[in-house]
Design a protein around this ligand. Sequence first.
Ligand code: NDP
Length: 345
Amino acid sequence: GKVLVTGANGYIAAWVVRTLLEKGYSVRGTVRSEQKGLHLKKIFASYKEKFETVVVEDITKEGAFDEAVKGVDAIEHTASPFHFKADDPKELITPAVNGTISVLKSALSIPSVRRIVVTSSVASILEDLPAPKVFSESDWNEQAIIAVNTEGNKASPANKYRASKTLAEKAAWEVYNANKGKISWDLVTLCPPMVYGPGIHDVSSPSALGTSAADWYNSVVRPNSGGKPIQAITSVAFGYVDVRDIAMAHALALQKEDAGGERLIIINKEFVFQDFIDIANSLSPSPIPSHTDLPKGSPGAGKGFQPMVTYDRTKTSKIFPELKYHTMEETTKDTLEDLSARVGS
Ligand code: NDP
């Protein structure tokens, strides 16, 4: 089959493309300019005509994907901004929401499309609460939407991004629910937490790393954890998944009949950065030459830390029983090797 991957030059998407090609799919990747497709053409050259790029300059325009969706069997929609630099929340919300609606609408009249996978996020699930909570796929982050509606530009950077992901995923389910019965495809949304691990997209300097990879680099590799207070690396907990595992989940999401109509949390572990720091310092031989310069933080301080936000894995392990996760050691080693080879350390 042929799969359309939007935002194909992104950190996660490049691994999605590679995983699909390795599984025998043909892939058409959308990029915003010819230039942004060149690196992919290089790394996937051996797949010849099984990989192509198409330019979709502005994903927010109605009909933007009308040409790109023609003749594909499935779509993986990953293109969406992920950064904390927006002043106006609309900078994130407009491309996230309109891009999602646009690609789904373009696919409404394409009978070859059997499934659409939207890369959502736990950002559309979790809320900051005063007590610990185990979040599941039935939770929606209303808090971030309320924050941007009431606070506008003054909303926190996290809430601006989280609102963009929540509103985009809600829009995807609305388009699907309004049309199901009349269309040939069903919808799957994947909700990963922070995504870490080696990159294969076009990154030649640390400043070009995406938001999640840059945070990992700043926390684990840069001296004094990039200036983060010790408290921020020992007690601020997130969940993470390796980029190769979320890419595999995107492939499984196309293959598993039972995934149709489902929202799925894809997470390996809850963590604090001290956990990665301890592993990075324990690797022998060190994957990076400047081993002795790695921050130490407060060794062992992550052990036993109770995160406020944890996730229910029941549904995902039932639908994707074969999804195996890279260990924290593997992710750490491979990321350090990659950083050292690609951007220096
Ligand atoms: P990247 O920034 O590496 O890739 C984002 C992709 O989306 C790029 O192709 C980018 O194109 C495209 N894009 C961004 N903004 C726009 C826009 N306004 N119009 C058109 N295209 C746009 O991000 P990731 O790979 O990290 O993220 C991919 C997806 O995964 C996103 O939907 C993100 O929300 C989601 N996600 C990421 C997580 C993470 O930790 N990395 C965690 C959870 C979810 P260009 O290069 O031209 O800017």
